[in-house]
Design a protein around this ligand. Structure first.
Ligand code: S3P
Length: 439
């Protein structure tokens, strides 16, 4: 049980460990080239350990010295089929990205995971991979995913029109596309995070990105991989994780008197929708762009306590802040006036049903929130009262509730807080370092 008490102003400067999505990709992509890759500021957390353990199982050695990950890549052809199933833990990113690699290299392997991961939808990758020629089975479209090698020398070139924007699905198909006999084309209804495209391009892959705009229709987002280019090892320092920064930004925005600087955080525009939402709500946030590392923009974010106004969030902005709704909901609850979120049905398929978890747990601490099929409605002007909350096995719900505890009239006690270690092990020490009272 973690107890968060009403807080004094949060003040200070922090530097965060590397982005989760980039850490996953850098480790996995490094395994696909022959030679040594060196990745600085690698995130050592529950979900990235799942990826590293998986790499070991397919014959790739790595070492983690402080925050520097060295991967001895084997190339797609050098990966080996493990004798026992790979446990992807709670990490859907590990399972979905690795599935693309298993298909590309023709491994015989079973990808499995926790009960939570077994309940998440996998047909979104299983069906397209089958279409490309992979031999893969998943009962009811859920893990375990069973790959039985490949009889053909390549996978087929293919074109996919995704119903839901998803960087995990897109990346899985791009990775499978590395072994295809022609281009792989993916069209998405929203701008999902494009870290894979940026990293693969920096490694030497040939990729195209286009926005398809037909008069009278919403824009679509096209990604094409032209296979055949040899890929080079990675040398990169990863920027801090914007989705982890999101909790600290929220904490500073809602705690009166706070002033916070977060240095060297990733500012990829496909990830920073929350900044746009907060700015539209009247937040005092300044961003200093500092440049790019292997195609990934990064910089410093300065935040001050702000009286926010409610807004409406829907459409492409939802995709650009898909992981940030738990923390956004806490900030919006305290804003002046109503906030409405729509087009966010995908939140029901994350580590928990996040629409339901957000609504249930915020109600438990006295916040007026209504659940919709594809979002929620907050009345605003809330005064959270504290109490005991349950993060539903979801790291982002736990951290969002911790933020609410900073401004509740009495402490918030969070059950099973260890789940935070899945993505942001330094979260509680960082908050304490900024002045929060946490026991
Ligand atoms: C991720 C993509 C998103 C996000 C997840 C990480 C990634 O999932 O929610 O936390 O690293 O590609 P979807 O691809 O399902 O939207």
């Amino acid at each position: 049980m973690l107890k968060i008490s009403p807080s004094a102003p949060l003040k200070g400067t922090v530097v965060l460990t590397g982005d989760k999505s980039l850490s996953h990709r850098a480790a996995l992509f490094a395994a696909l080239v022959t030679g040594e890759s060196r990745i600085e500021n690698f995130l050592d957390a529950g979900v990235t350990r799942s990826m590293l353990n998986a790499l070991e199982k397919i014959g790739v050695s790595w070492s983690l010295d402080e925050d520097v990950l060295t991967v001895h890549g084997k190339g797609l052809a050098g990966l080996t089929s493990p004798a026992s199933p790979i446990n992807c833990g709670n990490s859907a990113t590990t399972m979905r990205l690795l599935a693309g690699v298993c298909a590309a290299s023709g491994l015989s392997v079973v990808l499995d995971g926790s009960d939570g991961l077994r309940s998440r939808p996998m047909n979104r990758i299983v069906l397209p991979l089958k279409k490309m020629g992979a031999t893969i089975n998943a009962v009811n479209g859920q893990a375990p995913l069973v790959f039985s090698g490949r009889s053909t020398s390549t996978l087929s070139s293919a074109s996919f029109n995704l119903e839901v924007a998803s960087a995990q699905v897109k990346t899985c198909l791009l990775l499978a596309g590395l072994a295809a006999d022609g281009p792989v084309r993916i069209i998405e209804p929203g701008p999902s995070r494009d870290h894979s495209e940026r990293m693969l391009a920096a490694m030497g892959a040939r990729l195209e990105k286009n926005v398809l705009q037909e008069f009278g229709h919403p824009a679509k987002f096209e990604t094409i991989l032209h296979p055949g280019n040899e890929l080079n090892p990675i040398r990169m320092k990863l920027p801090g994780d914007f989705s982890s920064a999101a909790f600290l930004i929220t904490a500073a925005l809602i705690t009166p008197g706070s002033e916070l600087t977060i240095r060297n955080v990733g500012l990829n525009p496909t990830r920073t929708g929350l900044l746009d939402a907060f700015m539209a709500m009247g937040a005092h946030i300044d961003v200093d762009d500092k440049g790019e590392q292997n195609g990934e923009p990064y910089g410093d974010i300065h935040v001050q306590y702000s009286q926010l106004r409610g807004i409406s969030v829907r459409g492409p902005l939802v995709v650009r802040m898909i992981d940030e709704f738990p923390t956004f909901a806490v900030a919006a609850a305290l804003a002046e006036g109503e906030t409405v979120v729509h087009d966010a049905g995908e939140l029901r398929l994350k580590e928990s049903d996040r629409i339901h978890s957000i609504c249930k747990q915020l109600k438990a601490i006295g916040i007026n929130i209504k659940e919709h099929d594809d979002g929620f409605h907050l009345s605003g002007n809330a005064s959270p009262v504290g109490g005991i909350v349950e993060p539903q096995g979801d790291h982002r719900i736990a951290m969002a509730l911790a933020c609410a505890g900073l401004v509740s009239s009495s402490p918030i006690q969070i059950n099973n807080p260890k789940i935070i270690h899945e993505s942001f092990p330094e979260f509680i020490p960082t908050l304490i370092g900024l002045g929060a009272t946490i026991g």
